[in-house]
Ligand binder design. Structure first.
Ligand code: NOJ
Ligand code: CA
Length: 702
């Protein structure tokens, strides 16, 4: 690991009105910081000489504190640092990551209150990160946040790719509109989701991707969200300024802090090339290094699941349909009538194990294996899951032995139904049960209102829980993939056993009415900025009525597009989500899912435009093979891919999985063509993508 650290400390005596500038290592970004005449901090950001964040306020409002941390500040100390290191992630898009930034930290004092905070700015070649720090001191010990007042002033009416600023769901389709159009489109944007209370009709979620009229891409998000509430952004339409809006708790407060403490980093990525946003490691670099000494048990996973058949309604999670009439919590399931559609039964699970094993998968997820699903959607919440009691037709031991004999790991499922206290009470026994029964990873879920106090999914209380569950899992050498938890902010660097999250609209929504065909061209610029997503690709049967005659949904994607997702939607956890019988119909296309790597040495973002297309090439970790993925929006498109990233002098065989001429996400989604070609670093491939289509290419050394 190379490290360089230069500290240029400057001690300031009290300076009332103050201004200072800092440049990024490549000099393209310039930060300006100042205090105004009443001691309120402001910052602005320029990119290649153009203003991208206009003068924007900083500060925090506290409960029962008149002055708050808003004004009356004087600069006490300025400390400049430069940092440059290379570090190796446990898993990732690349085996080495450069962390290079220039930093300035301002110690700001409120003389009247005799207390101080620090605002720390880091400028990377891709943009800015900054945070508030609350050092330990006599006059700022324990405090409650009423609201954070961080602003991001936009310099124009940019195009934004946004979802509503909800406190409990991130599972929306994206709307593309001008900033000034957000409020008018807000209600439509909520359609199709179980909408919960919205804080404002202009509030949006991060990571927020934008594009200015002169072609500059701006991305706002946060990094290292810990012991703090999640930030949404509320647009003041008159000034086109986003204002931070933290998620409240059950009584309306926005965070309980005890110094020493820090806020998460607020991030602003800026570039005139959209691929720079995809390639950025700024979010990861703003997180603390790995805290786990032994990571030998953490491994990327390619998995299948007894899952899609429940999502589509072909089968059920619950064992019986008649439980609500039985006294909750004292149910002898073997005395209830099975509904005949319970998928998590030993015989059926073994068939999945056979298929997954035959085709080289690592693991199998089984949902609906444990008691409690009958009341899950009911009103009575006195019966919730205990995470250790299987249904009578699910033989844990037999399945475990069978899986082991076939070289398949079992993936546990913990649906908490939002009952976080109940989950925490059972967590140790649940993880111990996993250790005993040979489960090495868990998919957890937080569907529904947070019980018991009516907390929000993204408030400080729930956020503390999600991390508690991940840390405790590490004690048991368990990898976590949490659904409906808070959207990631790069914590995977610090806790690499957090191998996945959902926290956005995944493939399951194709079954709940369908997502827009260009959804997957936006997610890498938004949700994936914070970390990998368990998107669950690999659907080959797009007509859901074939699985369940009562569901007329259509998966808005071609098969080639589904294959490309394994490359474009980076994740160390990749699922082949469809049913074995659907793969059996298209074994030649399934070959790509079998071949594709899930851990990488290098990633090259070849071309990208949010909402339109993106093409990514990645080199498999410790291997010579490469994989390319392209996903396309609705307009059919031609492109050329130059293979100049291949090792010079080597010959490879490229297998191209492309949309057939007449393919279309709606009318002809299963039409694909597979061709092979000898290629070298001097080759260029000419390719076409259909509406809602794409291509996937494996390049194997010969
Ligand atoms: C929602 C999750 O996203 C889905 O994957 C899971 O099957 C259900 N909850 C049930 O836990
Ligand atoms: Ca979900």
């Amino acid at each position: 690991m190379k490290k360089r650290l230069i500290v240029l400390g400057v001690i300031m005596s009290s300076i009332l009105s103050y201004g200072q500038t800092l440049k990024s290592p490549n000099s393209e970004h310039e930060l300006n910081f100042k205090l105004n005449e009443v001691g309120t901090p402001f910052y602005s950001l320029h990119y290649k000489g153009k203003e991208v964040i206009k003068e924007s306020q900083l500060g925090l409002e506290l409960v029962d504190d008149e002055t708050s941390l808003m004004n009356g500040f004087e600069v006490k100390e300025v400390s400049e640092t430069s940092f440059n290191e290379v570090w190796e992630p446990v898993w990732g898009e690349q085996s080495e990551i450069i962390n290079h930034y220039n930093e300035v930290a301002f110690t700001l004092e409120q003389p009247e209150m005799n207390r101080h905070i620090i605002i720390r700015f880091r400028l990377f070649d891709e943009g800015l990160g900054f945070r508030y720090e609350f050092p330990q001191q006599e006059n700022l010990v324990y405090f409650v946040i009423k609201e954070e007042h961080t602003e991001f002033g936009m310099t124009g009416d940019h195009t934004a790719y946004w979802i509503p600023g909800d406190y409990d769901s991130q599972e929306y389709d994206y709307t593309t509109s001008k900033l000034s159009e957000i409020s008018g489109l807000f209600d439509d944007a909520l359609t199709g989701n179980a909408s919960q209370e919205q804080f404002a009709k202009t509030g949006v979620q991060t990571s927020l991707m934008m594009k200015s009229e002169d072609g500059i891409y701006i991305n706002l998000h946060e990094a290292a969200l810990k012991e703090y509430s999640l930030m949404n952004l509320n647009l003041d339409e008159s000034s086109l300024t986003f204002k931070s809006w933290l998620t409240p708790d059950a009584v309306g407060n926005k965070g309980y802090l005890q110094a020493p403490a820090v806020s998460p980093w607020r991030t602003v990525m800026v570039s005139d090339d959209a691929t720079d946003i995809l390639a950025s490691n700024m979010t990861l670099n703003l997180n603390e290094p790995n805290t786990l000494e032994d990571t030998s048990w953490i491994k990327p996973i390619k998995y299948m699941g007894v899952w899609w058949e429940m999502i589509t309604g072909k089968s059920t999670w619950n064992y019986t349909d008649d439980l609500p009439s039985v006294k909750l919590g004292e149910t002898d399931y073997s005395k209830t009538t099975p509904n005949g559609k319970h998928a998590a039964n030993t015989e059926h699970v073994k068939k999945y194990i056979d298929f997954a094993s035959k085709h080289g998968f690592d693991a199998l997820l089984v949902e609906g294996w444990n008691e409690g699903w009958e009341d899950w959607f009911g009103n009575s919440k006195d019966f919730v899951f205990d995470f250790v009691t299987p249904y009578p037709d699910f033989d844990v031991e037999e399945i475990h032995d069978y899986a082991r004999s076939k070289n398949i790991e079992m993936m546990m499922h913990h649906e908490t139904s939002g009952a976080i206290r109940n989950y925490e009470r059972h967590l140790d026994t649940a993880y111990q049960f996993m250790n005993k029964c040979g489960y090495t990873s868990v998919k957890s879920g937080y569907v529904g209102d947070i019980i018991p106090r009516g907390e929000r999914h993204y408030g400080q209380w729930a956020i503390n829980h999600y991390l508690y569950a991940v840390k405790k899992a590490a004690d048991y050498k368990i990898m976590v993939n949490a659904h409906e938890a808070v959207r990631p902010t790069g914590l995977r660097r610090t806790y690499p056993n957090l191998i996945g999250n959902e926290s956005a609209r995944g493939t399951e929504f194709q079954v709940f009415g369908g997502s827009k065909p260009n959804h997957v061209t936006i997610l890498p610029f938004t949700r994936l900025i914070g970390g990998p997503m368990d998107y669950t690709p690999g659907i080959f049967e797009m007509d859901i009525s074939k699985l369940n005659p009562d569901n007329n949904s259509h998966v808005n994607s071609t098969i080639a597009n589904q294959l490309a997702l394994y490359v474009t939607m980076y994740s160390p956890l990749q699922m082949a989500a469809d049913l074995p019988e659907h793969y059996e119909q298209f074994m030649d296309a399934f070959q790509f899912i079998k071949d594709v790597a899930i851990d990488w040495d290098e990633s090259h973002y070849l071309e990208a435009e949010p909402g339109e297309y993106l093409t990514v090439a990645r080199k498999a970790k410790d291997e010579s093979s490469w994989f390319i993925g392209n996903v396309n929006g609705t307009t059919p498109r031609k492109t050329q891919v130059e293979l100049d990233f291949l090792e010079k002098g080597k010959t490879y065989e490229a297998t191209i999985y492309a949309d057939a001429k007449d393919a279309h996400y709606k009318t002809n989604p299963q039409a694909y063509e597979i061709s092979t070609k000898k290629v070298t670093s001097r080759s260029t491939l000419k390719l076409k993508s259909a509406s809602g289509g794409g291509f996937a290419i494996s390049i194997i050394e010969k």
